[in-house]
Design a protein around this ligand. Structure first.
Ligand code: GDP
Length: 196
């Protein structure tokens, strides 16, 4: 795989703790429990995201280095009931600061549970990406939870809605971590964005 060398780099609680804004990075976003950690681990063949799982931690962003010029960034998941409101506000402020200022950000992967797409968080990310012309690629996770026909229908419906509302540039594909469905397609997008 492309990202086999991925390893833990740094956690940042604030934008000014991020690594130097050089080279290229792809950010991974999703409502909590959407399958972001599983997708990151599946795509990188590593257990990268375990360190970033504990809700209530103060870290904002977790950076994983692929090589000197390339990084993946795990953005905080929204929707943990256990996270106190001030911490949610802290995340939101700093997430906006990161997304709004990061020069090396070349694209965002957005994870959505295929059975529960287009949450409020997802709509916010879609609005932001289309307003800022940031490339976005969507993984419809847990595709294995639906039968083949139902998964196909869900994909077509979600794709139609997103392309109508936010534009046709957005890539949307089914994904399953345990079945390794959609892994190659997702890795190709990563490779293209990161110039690999
Ligand atoms: P995160 O909070 O977005 O990082 O979500 P996780 O990756 O931790 O996944 C949340 C739960 O969904 C865990 O119990 C995972 O095992 C499960 N999960 C994640 N991806 C998949 C998938 O593709 N298929 C199935 N069946 N379960 C998944």
């Amino acid at each position: 795989g492309l990202c086999q060398q991925a390893s833990f780099m740094i956690s940042a609680a604030k934008v000014d703790q991020c690594p130097p804004d050089e080279g290229m990075e792809v950010a991974f976003a999703g409502r909590s429990n959407a399958g972001k950690s599983s997708a990151l681990n599946t795509l990188t063949h590593a257990n990268l995201a375990r360190t970033s799982k504990t809700p209530g931690r103060t870290q904002l962003l977790n950076f994983f280095v692929l090589d000197e010029q390339r990084r993946l960034v795990d953005l905080p998941g929204y929707g943990y009931a256990k996270v106190p409101i001030p911490l949610k506000q802290h995340w939101q402020r700093h997430l906006e600061a990161y997304l709004g200022s990061r020069e090396s950000l070349v694209g965002v992967f957005l994870m959505m549970d295929i059975r529960h797409p287009l949450t409020e968080f997802d709509r916010m990310m879609l609005d932001w990406a289309s307003a800022s012309q940031m490339p976005l690629h969507i993984l419809l996770t847990k595709a294995d939870k639906l039968a083949f026909g139902a998964a196909k229908n869900a994909l077509l419906n979600i794709r139609r809605d997103i392309h109508r509302q936010w534009g046709t540039d957005i890539g949307i594909q089914p994904f399953s971590a345990p079945k390794r469905q959609g892994v190659e397609e997702a890795q190709q997008v990563l490779a293209e964005w990161l110039g690999l």
